[in-house]
Design a protein around this ligand. Structure first.
Ligand code: GP9
Ligand code: MN
Length: 646
């Protein structure tokens, strides 16, 4: 320290002052402006320390200069960061969301819209967010701190090292509290909460530039081969069922974490899902017990993507998060040209899984998110609304929609770690020595009751008789970490073959006036869209999709998982092994090899479409292109549709 000249001390003083003021200001902004949903003390702690690494890093860059330039660099950097923070604050006041690169790219819509009201979103108190810049400026202008005459590398480098170490420390704790935070990147709120508003911006810039370069290298010739493949593999509809639900409403329900093994399962002699069992064994619904989930890291959002686009999700990350700006020809958009109104209902906030951006590309007219529901303490658990109040409060909104409508309800209660509030269940949990598995039964039982309540309400409203209703499990609820307990549940060892078959998710389809029943054919979530569109009398031959109608006699039964494994009626391929379904025994790989090639080809075609944004080069006949700018989900106060009770 003694070696440092006074001038260096002065510049370090100014730097440290800048860091501390900036740090505390950012923390204050988090508390005052953003609703980040802090659940525990680890998150509280992370929120507090997360501005530090970026403050040290960015403001520290100034230390690589000397003299006046150093002071100017410090103040400029401080101003730029403050401006970024403030821009986020103003944007958040209106959109309840953070600024992302795509948002900046489409200033015409978001920015333009914000432009009109930006002034009304600002207040004189906001000068607070620039006080540190002003203090630094005053100190320099009044010559209270002298500029450092010489450039000293050492302190600058130490500061950079400390910044990186602080960031890694921050990231380490965040990953522990929320595994796969960066790779799954499920919600901007979470990234800001764990890593900070500035680090989030950097992360967002990196993600977007990666995505943009893939897209830029593609051109319209890339679509030709794909179109040929898909059209050659088209599955013609079943003529007996085609158009049986013409012009009827569509109601999808995403059943959180529901796996097929639970259907007809009895725990201590008691059915876990008596209502769904009655549907599975009755004739009002088609019941498909052999549909596998094809989701990847995007979980619920991947399931939504597959169901509505009949394409595969991404191998890594969530397509909802990474490709929301792409051109899609999703079910709501297809049905729009047939006069349908579309809406998604979900008792969680709209930024989760970037739904509010992706739904624009899908052409959703409405998105009824948490803001439309009574998110009281007793109504919510974990990510949001409990299923019973969720469906209850959704009913009046649903009844208010123009018909025919295409709707989707995303349930939440049966979510990891599954434990229910006492007042919501009297179902006795399992006793398999694994809390997650044990509580899965009570949560699934609660969801079953909520679905029964929903169907009863649909019957009472008359909608049951003119709506196609699709229930689907979104993805597994119990991961392989719980194989030991699951072996007890299933009464057999969970081999890789058994685990692959545990990836089955139940699919139910009700078509008014059509007799249902059990449909044993193998299929994937990818096959549901062509099945439903054909029931509605819309031929899918012009769409670039990879699914095949489950109810057609030509239905294709080689069903790829996202990782390239697959299930087919005779063989199942997992990793390097080929299993015979009948025995569950490993057989020679030759049996699987042709099928494996097919599975891989389909995945790679889908990956090309998604990664290179190829649908922008393809115009299906009669389809009206979606313009994302026509859609905004601004919440009840901006919508014509009012939330229930108003
Ligand atoms: C959150 C809900 C759950 O909105 O969809 O997401 P998940 O963790 O299942 O992907
Ligand atoms: Mn889910």
């Amino acid at each position: 320290m003694q070696k440092l000249t006074n001038a260096t001390k002065g510049s370090l003083f100014l730097f440290l002052l800048a860091v501390i003021l900036f740090w505390f200001k950012t923390y204050a902004a988090y508390q005052i402006e953003f609703n980040l949903g802090i659940d525990n003390t680890v998150q509280q702690f992370l929120l507090f320390i997360n501005p530090l690494s970026s403050a040290l890093f960015f403001l520290g860059l100034a230390l690589f200069f000397k003299g006046k330039t150093q002071q100017i660099a410090l103040i400029t950097m401080n101003f730029l960061l403050s401006f970024l923070l403030y821009a986020n604050i103003v944007y958040y006041r209106f959109f309840n969301d953070f600024i992302t690169v795509p948002v900046l790219m489409q200033t015409k819509t978001n920015g333009g819209q914000l432009g009109d009201s930006a002034l009304s979103l600002m207040s004189s108190f906001d000068i607070f967010y620039f006080t540190d810049t002003l203090i630094l400026l005053a100190l320099v202008l009044l010559k209270k701190v002298k500029p450092s005459a010489e450039y000293r590398k050492k302190p600058a480098r130490i500061v950079m090292l400390v910044a990186v170490a602080t960031f890694l420390f921050n990231l380490g704790i965040a990953e522990k509290d929320r595994p796969q935070l960066l790779s799954r990147s499920f919600d901007r709120n979470y990234l800001v909460k764990y890593l900070g508003a500035y680090n989030f911006t950097i992360y967002d810039i990196i993600q977007n530039s990666r995505s943009a370069s893939q897209r830029a290298m593609a051109d319209s010739s890339d679509i030709i081969e794909i179109e040929n493949y898909i059209k050659a593999n088209y599955t013609a509809p079943n003529p007996d069922l085609f158009g049986k639900a013409k012009e009827m409403n569509v109601i999808y329900v995403s059943m959180e974490s529901l796996q097929t093994f639970i259907i007809d399962y009895q725990l201590n002699g008691k059915e876990v899902t008596p209502f769904l069992n009655s549907l599975a064994n009755g004739d009002e619904f088609f019941y498909f017990p052999n549909i596998i989930n094809q989701t990847g890291q995007g979980k619920t959002s991947d399931a939504e993507f597959i169901m509505e686009n009949s394409l595969y999700p991404m191998a890594q990350g969530s397509v909802f998060v990474n490709k929301a700006q792409n051109t899609f020809q999703a079910a709501p958009a297809i049905l729009k040209t047939h006069g349908y109104t579309s809406a998604s209902f979900h008792g969680n906030y709209k930024t989760f899984w970037n739904r509010n951006e992706m739904y624009k590309s899908f052409g959703y007219d409405y998105f009824f998110d948490a803001e439309y529901y009574q998110m009281t303490e007793e109504n919510t658990k974990n990510y949001g609304m409990k299923d019973k109040p969720f469906f209850k409060e959704s009913m009046p909104i649903l009844e208010g929609l123009n018909q025919p409508f295409y709707t989707k309800f995303i349930s939440l209660s049966n979510h990891f770690p599954f434990k229910m509030d006492e007042e919501d269940t009297d179902f006795v949990p399992g006793d398999f020595g694994d809390s997650v598995v044990d509580h899965y039964f009570e949560a699934a039982n609660y969801m079953d009751q909520a679905l029964e309540q929903f169907i009863n309400d649909l019957k009472a409203s008359g909608l049951y008789d003119n709506s196609v209703i699709v229930f689907y499990g979104d993805h597994y609820g119990i991961s392989e970490n719980h194989n030991e307990a699951m072996a007890k549940v299933m009464g057999k060892e969970i081999t890789p073959f058994e685990y692959a078959h545990l990836q089955r998710v139940p699919v139910f389809i009700h078509v008014p006036g059509v007799k249902g029943g059990i449909q044993e054919q193998y299929g994937g979530q990818i096959d549901v869209r062509p099945t439903v569109l054909h029931l509605l009398g819309i031929d899918t031959k012009d769409y670039l999709e990879l699914g095949s109608d489950l109810l057609s006699k030509d239905h294709r039964q080689v069903v790829p998982f996202r990782d390239g494994d697959f299930v087919s009626p005779k063989y199942t391929s997992v990793g390097d092994h080929c299993y015979e379904n009948e025995t569950g025994e490993i057989v020679d790989n030759i049996a699987c090899s042709t099928l494996a090639e097919k599975a891989r080809a389909e995945l790679s075609i889908s990956d090309s479409i998604v990664n290179k944004d190829l649908l922008r080069f393809y115009q299906p006949e009669g389809f009206e292109k979606i313009n994302r700018n026509d859609y905004q989900y601004l919440g009840p106060e901006f919508d014509l549709m009012k939330p229930s009770g108003e």
